[in-house]
Design a protein around this ligand. Structure first.
Ligand SMILES: [Zn+2]
Length: 717
């Protein structure tokens, strides 16, 4: 719209406003709200704005002014109240109206045909089907009552999610009130109705967010899906409001509450009701048309402004859906066609070596960043020296990187024809890149290790482990701060944390300079918080420091087992190896390594200094009970395969941590398996999971589960 017209409209509105506001402010406020809602709908859901931004701002301005003058007329559904207009119990559990099922996956055209055959067999011919893009975001359930958004929840385990209403209200294409057009489709507007969709972050916004995170020295998000999920889980809804999130809504919890009979009509109604509905949908009648839709979607994938990881195909008629019914884990009337893993080529700039907490050396491919299957990939583990040799990747090579949606990226190998003439085979360095000590490869082991006790890289990992959320949970003690503390020589073991004070921390040189060339320091605000966090960690239940010490074979659950049997460091150190081995679940191997650890003079010294600086190394019974984890994974069965290189956990440790949240852990994959966690070099269990359609999680997903207790969506709609 031309500026002239916009101005005209503005002045028109304000004249009318003056006249009406004085006579009937309530009516004027309602008219303004409807007008703003309508224009938001055109702008965000229809991508067809009808008025200029200036005119829109003017409407908002008038509404704010009127509401300020008449606070009794403020309503939580007003467009002015997206942020802060609602007080709810953030992250409290919310039960879904009906279970939010995951969909079965079809990996490839053949499996898609198998599903189409089953549908054809059931109905005698192919019924009407609806094809939709599978948005790679975070599922949200929205509950409306009397046309107003009352609640929004994450998918959670499918039955119970978390209350994220305050966050979702800030997402601008989510209607706080349904449009008047919605009424014809709802059987009883007074009955709560749950609508479902996907919240996502557009690719461009994701890139901008990561660029700014990197500029501020923060950890970037791995992909837009994680960015969307992370934004929805912000404690402060202001942060969510500043993230550019959008939604596509496509489902209803209980279709009987709507006067629509088909998925296609549901999508039309959702559009009329004011929701953002993805325009790339198709009503089809044959297997050929389904394949055509999938093929075209795959072609268009890169050109779309948001990530998709496949196509969802549903039987159109709700009555026919009911007739086909459900398996134990998914509807029979729908399938998620997953795009094949993507392969891209990029330049291998370097192979660096990472030193883990236990001294294990891992070669890592450092590549030019490349977008593969929705994630930017710049690094990938090469596992060990044998693996680098087997693949024969060399610095300077153009390499092929492969990634499927949920699985960690993998370097497949070099494009040999593009190899520079001077590229040489890679060798593990003879000395530790961190401390320069000779590295050791024990017989029968694939890994090289640095066994120096003074290795700074190991010290860094140990210090980070102590401060991590599962251990002492020292908020703010992240990699950058710890690295500076280690490099400055101020902190070399975990007891040193407890000798830091605010004045000293505030002066910590962060190793960067500002525009004037002066060194950036940590500063008083951060230092004060950090000292408070360190102080708070002094009184954690005994299992936490025990885990934090990073003894070999002693993960979180083992630490809890030991702390139950020996509720103080004094008691634990007094125990003989036999007494340790006699504890249920401990056994001779762990007893031996624990016994040795507690008798190594360096370790004893650290423990004594911790005690001296007021770290409580004993339990009171109450604190231990408070530390018990909620059993959020009850009813789920996990199978672990491959090695967990990122965390350095053994599969036993990971299994124990899952069990601590109520999950079952099994040794073999079957149809009953809920999830397979595939680490590096996952083998036949991974293949079997894919064959059976069991969702596969990568290690970051596992770590997210252990941290939040919630399973991220892998196959979910
Ligand atoms: Zn070293």
């Amino acid at each position: 719209m031309a500026d002239e017209q916009a101005k005209e409209q503005q002045s028109l509105l304000s004249e009318k406003a003056l006249a009406e506001a004085t006579s009937d402010p309530a009516a004027r406020i309602e008219a303004l709200r409807r007008e703003i809602e309508h224009n938001s709908y055109l702008y965000y859901a229809k991508d067809a704005p009808a008025i200029s931004d200036a005119a829109f701002d003017s409407l908002m301005h008038e509404l704010r002014a009127l509401e300020a003058a008449h606070p009794e007329l403020i309503d939580p559904s007003s467009p002015t109240q997206r942020v802060g207009g609602y007080v709810g119990d953030q992250f409290a559990p919310i039960q879904h109206e009906r279970r939010m099922y995951s969909l079965d996956d079809a990996m490839g055209a053949e499996e898609l045909d198998e599903w189409l055959d089953r549908v054809r067999e059931f109905f005698g011919s192919i019924p009407e089907l609806v094809c939709e893009l599978k948005i790679d975001g975070s599922s949200v359930a929205f509950t409306y009552e009397n046309g107003r958004l009352m609640r929004a929840a994450t998918r959670g385990d499918g039955t119970t999610g978390e209350d994220i209403t305050v966050n979702v209200r800030t997402v601008k294409d989510v209607p706080l009130r349904l449009r008047a057009d919605a009424d014809d489709g709802i059987r009883d507007t007074g009955v709560p109705i749950e609508l479902r969709g996907e919240c996502y972050m557009p690719k461009a916004s994701f890139e901008a967010l990561n660029a700014s995170a990197e500029a501020n020295g923060k950890q970037p998000f791995a992909n837009p899906r994680n960015a969307a999920a992370g934004s929805l889980r912000q404690k402060d809804p202001q942060i969510t409001a500043h993230r550019d999130l959008s939604t596509f809504v496509y489902a209803v919890g209980d279709e009987r509450k709507l006067a629509v009979e088909t998925q296609w009509d549901l999508l039309q109604w959702l559009g009329r009701a004011g929701f953002h509905v993805n325009p790339d949908i198709a009503l089809v009648h044959s297997a050929e048309e389904v394949h055509e839709f999938c093929r075209k979607s795959l072609e268009r994938r890169d050109a779309l402004p948001y990530d998709i990881d496949g196509v969802v195909v549903k039987v159109n008629s709700f009555a026919q859906q009911e007739a086909m019914g459900y398996t134990a884990r998914a509807p029979r009337w729908a399938i998620a066609f997953k795009f094949p893993p993507e392969e891209k080529t990029t330049l291998l700039r370097d192979i660096t070596v990472q030193v883990g907490r236990t001294g294990k050396l891992t070669p890592v491919a450092e590549m030019d960043p490349v977008l593969v299957a929705g994630s930017t990939v710049a690094r990938a583990t090469l596992h060990n020296e044998d693996e680098v040799r087997r693949k024969d990747v060399r610095v300077g090579d153009t390499v092929i990187v492969r990634k499927a949606g949920d699985v960690i990226p993998e370097v497949l190998g070099p494009v040999e024809s593009l190899r520079p003439a001077d590229a040489v085979p890679w060798n593990m360095p003879a000395v530790c890149p961190s401390c320069g000590s000779p590295v050791v490869r024990e017989e029968g082991e694939a890994d090289y290790r640095c066994i120096s006790i003074d290795c700074p890289a190991q010290a860094l990992e140990r210090l980070l482990h102590w401060a991590s959320r599962g251990a002492m949970d020292i908020d703010g003690m992240g990699e950058e701060v710890v690295r500076r503390l280690v490099e400055s020589g101020r902190v070399s073991d975990v007891a040193d944390y407890y000798t830091l004070d605010e004045v000293e921390l505030a002066q910590l040189d962060m190793g960067r300079t500002n525009k004037e060339g002066e060194p950036i320091r940590l500063g008083h605000t951060v230092a004060k918080k950090l000292v408070a966090a360190i102080d708070e960690s002094r009184t954690r239940p005994f299992a936490r420091p025990l885990f934090g010490l990073g003894m070999r074979h002693v993960g979180k659950t083992m630490a809890e087992t030991l702390a139950r049997a020996f509720p103080s460091m004094e008691a634990l150190m007094a125990a003989s190896e036999e007494e340790l081995a006699a504890v249920d679940g401990v056994g001779p191997k762990i007893a031996h390594s624990t016994y040795l650890f507690l008798r190594t003079p360096d370790n004893v010294q650290v423990i004594e200094r911790l005690a001296k600086h007021g770290v409580r190394l004993a339990d009171d019974v109450e604190a231990a009970a408070a530390d018990a984890l909620p059993q959020t994974l009850e009813g789920l069965t996990f199978v672990l395969t491959g090695s967990l290189v990122q965390s350095g956990m053994t599969r036993d440790e990971a299994g124990a941590a899952l069990k601590a949240r109520g999950a079952k852990v099994s040794g073999s994959v079957s149809k009953k398996t809920s999830y397979v966690v595939a680490g590096e070099a996952a083998g036949s269990k991974y293949d079997k999971a894919v064959a059976l359609g069991v969702p596969v999680l990568d290690e970051p997903a596992l770590l997210a589960i252990l941290e939040t207790g919630e399973v991220p969506e892998v196959a979910g709609e």
